[in-house]
Design a protein around this ligand. Structure first.
Ligand code: GUN
Ligand code: ZN
Length: 453
């Protein structure tokens, strides 16, 4: 499956990555090196710069892969995705709760079988790589073996994965329910087994307030207090009838956000999927707690959840930290390019705007910052892991033509065209920690052999 890269090698191509937040620095936040050289050593970025300046530094015998005409991007990051849902993408439901009951819960029941989980984990991770995604924050199922399968397969690939066992003690079929007590114990055992092992981190994962009792949310809060480095992932304010259900189940709460707040589930490592229908007081609380609102635009259009209010989320003086995600299988594309395009569209439909550099930042450095991992992933800065994507616009004639016609345009226009017209077809190769784990047929990069041979 995976090629063993030499300890040192170099790639030549156009280098594009975010080095800051475009909301603060505009286009200057995107470094664009038209004829660039990227040197990789021991799985990390050793140097990057202009080919003409850096080529003299290449060591004798250091393999150089010439990817002229291609674009080198940091590996894309998906901040919210369900690996057990690969089989329910595009399944029809009346709304979120109906979709969960009719399609998602039955599909997740099969993950009690470790072999089923392993096969799904392999498909899922390979699909991420085909799409240029090298890091992801992943929901497993209620079964601990589903976490083991994903983490073992991710470890074999060397991928940066944050994952957790779903905690769900009500509102779901018996085969998918744990209890406050078993959910706590199983999560604690998984934290001990996986958190901090290689590139795996753990996320305590109460699915959402609809499927967890107060006792279980209390247990989730206890896990966070007892294991300070772990993340928290859940869903928040995705659909109106979901919110009404939560307010019925927790009659003392003035808002959905207050439910999570009461049990200590907000904070800088808390990743809250969707965040569409939020009142001002909830936005203020998310901001003050430095929680992350993870936007899932293809899911929101497919399930009819609504249009996220980006201006409200970003409004000073209390901006909410943001992430971007596919939310497969509510989401409809594994591609973070398509996810960027969909965010552009939902924001436009809401009468607002996000500039293309901001979209690209969210899928790379922004998501890395949301995870507190910007020193490791999200950009091609020296010292970061050599997680990167080789994009060949020529693989999608419509994109190649658009870029040729706009050759004089700025990086912003290029990034919007890449988002809207790009998908897995334009991904020529994907490297993880310097290893080429995916290369499409006919690529200048080969998997299974050291690059440059
Ligand atoms: N809310 C609770 N569970 C889910 C899920 O699996 N997908 C989505 N989109 N929303 C949820
Ligand atoms: Zn989700």
């Amino acid at each position: 499956m995976s090629g063993e890269a030499p300890r040192r090698f170099a790639l030549r191509g156009r280098i594009l990555h975010a080095v800051g937040d475009p909301a603060e620095r505009g286009e200057a936040a995107i470094e664009d090196i038209p004829d660039g050289l990227l040197r990789i050593a021991e799985g990390r970025i050793a140097a990057l710069g202009d080919y003409g300046d850096l080529r003299h530094a290449l060591e004798p015998g250091e393999p150089l892969i010439d990817l002229t005409g291609r674009i080198l991007l940091p590996g894309l990051i998906d901040a919210h995705v369900h690996y057990p849902q690969t089989g329910v993408v595009a399944a029809h439901g009346r709304d979120l709760l109906d979709w969960l009951e009719r399609h998602t819960f039955p599909a997740e029941s099969a993950f009690a079988d470790p072999e089923h989980a392993r096969e799904a984990a392999r498909f899922f991770l390979d699909e991420l790589l085909r799409n240029g995604t090298t890091a992801a924050v992943v929901y497993c199922t209620v079964h601990p073996v589903s976490v083991d399968a994903l983490c073992e397969e991710a470890s074999a690939r060397g991928m940066r994965i944050v994952a957790g066992k779903v905690m769900m003690d009500r509102g779901a079929p018996a085969a998918l329910r744990d209890t406050a007590e078993t959910g706590y114990r199983e999560s604690a055992a998984l934290i001990a087994r996986w958190h901090g092992r290689g590139r795996i981190a753990y996320a305590v994962t109460p699915r959402f307030a609809v499927t967890s009792s107060e006792a279980q949310l209390e247990a989730a809060g206890a896990l966070l207090r007892e294991h300070p480095g772990v993340y928290l992932q859940t869903h928040l304010a995705e659909q109106r009838n979901e919110i009404a259900t939560v307010l019925r189940l927790f009659p003392w709460a003035a808002s959905y956000t207050e439910v999570y707040d009461r049990f200590g589930l907000l904070g800088p490592r808390s990743l809250l999927g969707h965040c569409i229908h939020l009142a001002e007081a909830e936005l203020a609380r998310l901001s003050a707690s430095r929680s992350v609102a993870v936007l899932c635009p293809t899911s929101n259009t497919f399930l009819g959840s609504g249009l996220v209010d980006l201006d409200a989320l970003r409004r000073p003086p209390r901006p909410v930290r943001l992430g971007l995600a596919t939310d497969i299988g509510g989401g409809t594309s594994y591609s973070m390019f398509q996810t960027m395009a969909e965010l552009h569209k939902v924001v436009r439909l809401a009468g607002q705007g996000i500039d293309p550099c901001g979209l690209f930042h969210l899928a790379t450095l922004g998501n890395a910052r949301a995870l507190g991992l910007e020193r490791e992933i999200g950009s091609l800065r020296p010292g970061c892991a050599a997680d990167l994507v080789v994009v060949d616009p020529a693989r999608r004639p419509a994109l190649a033509r658009r870029l040729a016609a706009g050759a004089e345009e700025g990086v912003s226009d290029l990034l919007l065209a890449l988002a809207v017209l790009g998908d897995e077809q334009v991904v020529e190769a994907t490297f993880v920690a310097g290893r080429p784990l995916y290369a499409c047929p006919g690529s200048g990069v080969s998997v299974g052999q050291p690059p440059g041979r």
